[in-house]
Write a protein that binds this ligand. Structure first.
Ligand code: ADP
Ligand code: MG
Length: 697
């Protein structure tokens, strides 16, 4: 195998528009050089290469149209909206805005030519676009058409699509045809049937700027040969990082933990519930693991609400009993706070001390906590990635628990386990709600044994899901009122208005104000991505304590939050979300014994695909089924999978879609790790870079 020369990395500061603040955000995503930006691969594509005739539009298409404004009015109905009619030679179309400014209203005067891009809905009155992007066209000054498909990137708070497009353009300028060599020998891999390229630079360019002639279906579903080649590389890199972690972990013995049944009995008896069979079985597997003088490395998979936390806590108990410290790492501060609260409640009367470590604690308090962690006074340490920072030292770190594993890279796990300073290894329990088929999980996560909690706690009736169109908003508001009057709590989620985080937060704000007027006796909280972490935390605490009855939010509440008293979830515009994301959101209710409900409040008319997704949501509560359907339904322009958020672990690959590659990924990575460790290193560098400053939503 050849040895690849390392090109000198071009820093992000060389790219126009990237200042320190953006640089920090990009670093948090593992993007530190111009080449890394090129590997920030599109999620999907839009076709803006031609202007379509209004008369020829079909429902569900995302298209560019041009027309002249024939009328524009503000309608004061159940919801105030700006409605603008435009027409071309072939027909007329309605533009509808629920959030708009006075300036926008002024732009849409009769006779003005507009170019719009958006998704077409066909309803009784003809085609309609809701919140299209639009530009004014000045007389005699036609707008140029895009010459290639437009990429849509996975993103995080505060980086718009336009910015991503600019940064990536800048990265191509800065790198200007450097050689980016493939790190796998594609021709040896039978699953990659075509002879593929060895210099990836051109491939990357093609994937960021596909010509209009490219097979849109193929590239939108991630099945283009170049995408498959990159996915293969990435999967090899990921698996290598897992293999290396396992190697590093098993070289030394771990402390064998002999479980004390009395303590466990007493602890379980203090809980207000008994463990399900599945929880007991998994706990048993864990106890067998930790009784051995080798580190446990176990992946615990269980659907949202299946009760993974208590299993981890019961295992933790045995470590504490043997003077070993336990660390629990969660991907968000909201989740870490919540774990702290739960654990404190469970462990307080056993005289076990819990403590929180997140980055924003005031300095003096932080010093005290670091001290208490170091001298072992805090026995269960709960936190975010702050747990792996250099200044944190542990005493007898015995068990690490990683919650929502898909949000962390292997590197974070390695750093955490390396915090044990003597020659003993640390036991590791990694938890996830992401439904990965068992065989896939077992082959891919080479370093992990696998357990699953495949049953929900009893008395938990599945969340009942109904779909109502938003012209029944007042009924829905009455329902919210009723639930609150009964002492229940309610989530109201306003979903992303595409491409604009600002509008998204604004929508949540408007909704919160509107609901406050309609429901004057109900305490309403508002949470969105533009609030400071401390503000978010306070609001979540109030909601958790029951002081807030109705929480209006953007999708920031998605991961892991547990409020058993919340029994109603309203999701606005569910047709904009993928099934997995809807499932995560819906999983925020139905966590107690109360029958819970989820109202999918859609915007009429629904596209065929949107209708189908809503029907599936109503039909099943099973995360595995939903993940499978999500996969089957992805088509051009509507890939809404887990990669949607920039926080996803994968840049290109998708464990399920690329399942057919896994067997070869496994054998290939096993060979590389033996025969060419230098290439293995480079693969890991490229695809799983250190994200020391991991995302904090
Ligand atoms: P997840 O697996 O999604 O992390 P959690 O651990 O947050 O789920 O548990 C969801 C809720 O179910 C919590 O309120 C928890 O206390 C409760 N719970 C866990 N196990 C049981 C059980 N066996 N019976 C009843 N409730 C349980
Ligand atoms: Mg959880």
């Amino acid at each position: 195998m050849q040895n690849y020369a390392q090109p000198k990395p071009i820093p992000l500061s060389k790219i126009k528009g990237i200042g320190p603040a953006i640089k920090e955000k990009l670093n948090a995503l593992g993007i530190v050089s111009a080449i890394d930006l090129l590997f920030h691969l599109p999620l999907r594509y839009q076709d803006r290469t031609r202007v379509q005739a209004i008369g020829s539009l079909q429902s569900g298409q995302s298209v560019v149209i041009e027309g002249e404004v024939s009328a524009s009015t503000i309608i004061f109905g159940k919801r105030r909206s700006l409605v603008c009619k435009i027409k071309d030679q072939t027909g007329g179309l309605t533009l509808r805005f629920f959030h708009f400014s006075a300036a926008q209203k002024k732009q849409m005067v009769k006779g003005q030519m507009l170019r719009c891009f958006g998704e077409v809905n066909l309803n009784r009155t003809g085609p309609e676009m809701i919140h299209p992007e639009y530009q004014q066209i000045n007389h005699g000054d036609p707008l140029p058409n895009a010459t290639h498909l437009t990429a849509v990137y996975p993103t995080v708070d505060g980086i718009s699509q336009t910015r991503w497009r600019n940064y990536i353009e800048g990265a191509f300028l800065a790198t200007n045809n450097v050689s980016v060599e493939t790190l796998i020998e594609s021709h040896k891999i039978t699953q990659l049937k075509q002879h593929l390229t060895t210099d990836l630079y051109g491939s990357l360019k093609l994937l960021h700027y596909p010509p209009a002639t490219i097979d849109l279906k193929l590239i939108s579903t991630g099945m283009h040969p170049l995408q498959r080649q990159l996915a293969f590389e990435e999967l090899v890199a990921q698996r290598l990082s897992h293999l290396l972690l396992r190697r590093a972990s098993v070289t030394s013995p771990a402390i064998a933990i002999k479980s004390n049944p009395d303590i466990e009995k007493k602890f379980l008896a203090s809980l207000p519930f008994i463990l399900t069979k599945a929880q007991q079985r998994v706990l048993q597997q864990i106890k067998i693991d930790i009784a051995k003088p080798q580190p446990m490395m176990r992946l615990l998979q269980g659907d949202v609400g299946s009760g993974k936390t208590i299993v981890a806590a019961t295992a933790a108990l045995q470590f504490i009993n043997q003077q070993q410290q336990v660390v629990i790492m969660a991907p968000t501060e909201i989740l870490a706070e919540q774990h702290l609260e739960t654990f404190t409640q469970w462990f307080d009367n056993l005289n076990i001390t819990t403590g929180l470590l997140i980055s924003k604690i005031p300095a003096a308090e932080k010093r005290r906590r670091l001290q208490a962690i170091e001298n072992g006074e805090i026995q269960i340490v709960i936190g975010t990635h702050a747990l792996i920072q250099d200044q944190v030292n542990y005493q007898n770190l015995g068990l690490i628990v990683i919650d929502e594993q898909h949000r962390f890279g292997v590197d974070q796990r390695r750093k955490l386990k390396n915090k044990r300073i003597d020659h003993f290894s640390v036991h590791q329990l990694v938890m996830t709600a992401t439904p990965i088929p068992r065989t896939l999980a077992m082959t891919f996560y080479a370093d992990l044994d696998y357990s699953v909690i495949d049953e929900l706690p009893p008395g938990r009736s599945p969340v009942e899901t109904v779909a109502l169109s938003n012209d029944r908003r007042s009924e829905i508001v009455a329902r919210v009122n009723h639930a609150c009057q009964q002492g229940r709590q309610v989530f109201w989620v306003c979903t992303l208005i595409e491409e604009s985080e600002q509008l998204d937060c604004q929508a949540a704000e408007t909704t919160a104000n509107e609901l406050a007027m309609l429901l004057p006796n109900i305490t309403i909280g508002l949470i969105h991505g533009r609030l400071k972490p401390a503000q978010k935390q306070t609001i979540m605490q109030h909601f958790s304590a029951g002081n807030i009855q109705l929480l209006v939010s953007t999708t920031v509440v998605e991961v892991g939050v547990n409020i058993p008293n919340a029994s109603l979830m309203i999701i606005e515009n569910p047709e904009r979300l993928g099934l997995s994301q809807l499932h995560q959101l819906r999983g925020r209710v139905g966590r107690g014994e109360i029958q819970s409900h989820c109202v999918l409040m859609y915007q009429k008319p629904l596209s065929k695909n949107g209708k189908q997704r809503i029907e599936i949501m109503r039909a099943t509560n099973d995360g595995f089924v939903l993940a499978q359907k999500d996969l089957e339904m992805r088509g051009p322009g509507q890939v809404l999978g887990t990669r949607q958020s920039g926080a996803s672990l994968f840049k290109m690959a998708d464990l399920e879609r690329d399942g057919d590659l896994i067997a070869e990924v496994v054998s290939y990575s096993d060979t590389i790790i033996e025969q060419n460790p230098a290439v293995a290193d480079k693969l890991i560098q490229r695809w799983c870079p250190l994200a020391s400053n991991y995302i904090d939503v």
